[in-house]
Unconditional design. Sequence first.
Length: 326
Amino acid sequence: MHLQPRILVSGGAGFIGSHLCERLLAEGANVLCVDNFFTGSRKNVEHLLDQKSFEVSRHDVTFPLYVEVDQIYNLACPASPVHYQHDPVQTTKTSVHGAINMLGLAKRLRARILQASTSEVYGDPSVHPQTEDYWGNVNPIGPRSCYDEGKRCAETLFFDYWRQHRVRIRVARIFNTYGPRMHPNDGRVVSNFVVQALLARDITVYGDGEQTRSFCYVDDMVDALVKLMAAPDTVTGPINLGNPEQYSMLQLASQVIELTGSRSRIVHRPKPQDDPRQRCPDVAQAKSALGWQPTTALTEGLKRTIAYFERLLSDQNLRKQLAEAQ
Ligand code: NAD
Ligand code: UDP
């Protein structure tokens, strides 16, 4: 008999996953983190390793997993365009085979399972802000398709397991999330700009910089994921989770320069193919079904993120490596 829930977090050694593990442990759960360490690392969870209720296991979710748990958070998948395009076939396998394996596990155990889906299922959206009933505008054969279509297929699998096998699903459509423990080299915009500013390097704005994103601080996101898992089984989603404040990349670059007091200049680089022009969640469903809305303003979240990268860059070796890679 287990009094505390046993929770599996796939991708638990990644950016969001490590914060989620921390939060679940603080709430008294037994947490099993599985990860193949492609973009995540043991370092992200090493401060949790001395807790008896925490376990980490190297495992690739494209292979079946046999464990006993009550809840599953399926976060395993590289999230940065640079990383998910590095081995696109593996990215699709991770989303699709990973979903099949995790759903099979949830079916056998009658466990609740939450999928970390993404705003990328909307592609380059023609509806603003994006509501959950919008079907999206996705290129099925472009460089982002391995991620976008992989995640869309995973959503299909989740809803088919729910209709066909009554698996207790929750599908979260996560919008751009940022904060401490983003990989300094993972190519996403917040980590790129902050690291560039701290190293006094040029800030690389892709295209004209007028494209928008909405940035959610990681603590707010973890809060939403935990609330969604705790919601009644009727709350299957898909449900948008993100911060509805929209910024252009030029605005973000200026904020980062101001908050770091950097002397970096803004330079423009070519815009990647299929880069969405505009992205902003409608979070009305999250508000009504979960009583959730983000509370961390961008300035506050950026300050905490900058403080994290400042600490990280105090390691002179890493500083040198990053300076060479930039
Ligand atoms: P991340 O890259 O830091 O974390 C992903 C984790 O999954 C890493 O630890 C990685 O090693 C692991 N992983 C990758 N492939 C795996 C495999 N085959 N088997 C086992 N582990 C594997 O990214 P993140 O930002 O923490 O994203 C977590 C989840 O949230 C992802 O599913 C991502 O698609 C989703 N998401 C994130 C964002 C965001 O802005 N951060 C936005 C939308 C969706
Ligand atoms: N971007 C940028 N400079 C960078 C990295 C990204 O201007 O150094 C832009 C990118 O073209 C996109 C936005 O920032 O328009 C967000 O990119 P990211 O890779 O963080 O996430 P996406 O939302 O595109 O998956």
